[in-house]
Design a protein around this ligand. Structure first.
Ligand SMILES: Cc1cc2nc3c(=O)[nH]c(=O)nc-3n(C[C@H](O)[C@H](O)[C@H](O)COP(=O)(O)OP(=O)(O)OC[C@H]3O[C@@H](n4cnc5c(N)ncnc54)[C@H](O)[C@@H]3O)c2cc1C
Length: 333
């Protein structure tokens, strides 16, 4: 069957839906922002795919869905016209001496994920995994199944491929969905991927997150490192070309304003305590975004007539979206 389908929102979920549907159907994408989608949470995000680390914070079925979703990312990225960095070499979790209790508590709250279990590490084993951390930490954990992608490269490459597939884009239009119509135009299906933009229709809240992007030529970490921190888990995610994402704060606030001095100091000082090479790093951007979340922090796929909605991805958009979007699109008959 060939359908005329509208996708509302060209953030993370909207992009994945467009990639899947444009192979068979005629697609029109409506996006409130311009083509760079600076306000999409998916653009700001660190794009960690960390079901084992996040199992401490989410329910077991979501962590398992995260494992399924990681397995889907390589074939999604293989459709693009340029290589997008994808890595699945685990997460290293470390703690400074004074935060050892937090590391212990984190280890106890990890949930079993099929055969994937955390390994306890001593200082020697930490330095075998990450030679530049030699002598800095004497205990940690290795979470083998976790990964990450380069979300900026994914955003750019997905837009190029969708253009080649003749997807129609309508940017700078914050549209309203009325029945199965947009701007009075009917569609066979509408895929609602508005994220927090759907707040007027759905009981969503924004959960503020701030994140730093650095260029750090003196730092050579090979996989994401999580540092136990009393207020929120801080991760250092190495992206290609010595770029690092340091994130992320998690604050119950709808404020989407620029990052605060306090958060900037906390994130950057934490990174510096992990590796002194961050002292000479260049601060490329310090951004903030709002994660779309329902009150239980669980994602929802819902359908009303021919409108299928994917929302509430909270802090697990990259971790879950490939599986959730597939589940949503399976409803198209
Ligand atoms: C700081 C931070 C760090 C994060 N790190 C991670 C991470 O490491 N791993 C992970 O898995 N997840 C992470 N996330 C979460 C992830 O980014 C989100 O869960 C995900 O982006 C949500 O996807 P979405 O498509 O629902 O919404 P979005 O990506 O926000 O996209 C929604 C789009 O819809 C558009 N829109 C809204 N209303 C309308 C309208 N009426 N008409 C047209 N367009 C509209 C918006 O402009 C936007 O472009 C992070 C988020 C933040 C903020």
């Amino acid at each position: 069957m060939f359908y005329n389908i509208a996708i509302v929102g060209f953030g993370l979920a909207g992009r994945l839906a467009a990639l899947a549907l444009s192979k068979q159907h005629h697609i029109t994408v409506f996006e409130a922002d311009d083509e760079h989608t600076p306000n999409s949470a998916g653009k700001v995000a660190a794009a960690m795919l960390a079901p084992l680390a996040e199992s401490v914070l989410c329910e077991p079925d979501l962590a398992l869905m995260g494992l399924d979703a990681i397995a889907r990312w390589p074939s999604i990225l293989a459709e693009l016209d340029s290589e997008v960095f994808f890595q699945q070499q685990g997460t290293l979790v470390v703690a400074h001496q004074q935060d050892k209790g937090d590391l212990h508590s984190f280890a106890q709250r990890l949930k079993p994920l099929q055969h994937h279990v955390a390994d306890n590490l001593n200082g020697e084993q930490i330095s075998q995994l990450e030679p530049e951390l030699a002598g800095r930490f004497n205990q940690g954990l290795f979470l083998p199944c976790d990964g990450q992608i380069d979300n900026h490269a994914f955003y750019n490459a997905s837009f190029r491929v969708l253009n080649k597939r003749k997807v129609k884009f309508v940017f700078n239009q914050r549209v309203t969905i009325v029945g199965n119509t947009i701007n009075n135009r009917p569609f066979d299906y509408i895929i609602d991927c508005r994220g927090l933009g759907a707040k007027g229709d759905k009981p969503l809240r924004g959960v503020r997150g701030e994140i730093a992007r650095l260029f750090a030529p003196e730092v050579n970490l090979t996989r994401p490192v999580r540092l136990m921190h009393p207020r929120y888990p801080i991760y250092i995610a190495p992206k290609p070309n010595n770029h690092y994402v340091i994130g992320a704060t998690e604050i119950e606030s709808q404020d989407s304003g620029a990052a605060t001095v306090r958060s900037t100091l906390e994130l950057l000082s934490a990174a510096y305590t992990v590796h002194s090479g961050f002292a000479e790093a260049r601060l490329l951007t310090m951004q903030s975004g709002l994660r779309p979340a329902f009150s239980d922090n669980r994602p929802q796929v819902t359908q009303q007539g021919r409108v299928i909605s994917i929302n509430g991805l909270y802090r697990h958009g990259y971790m879950l979206a490939p599986s959730l979007v597939a589940e949503a699109l399976a409803r198209i008959e």
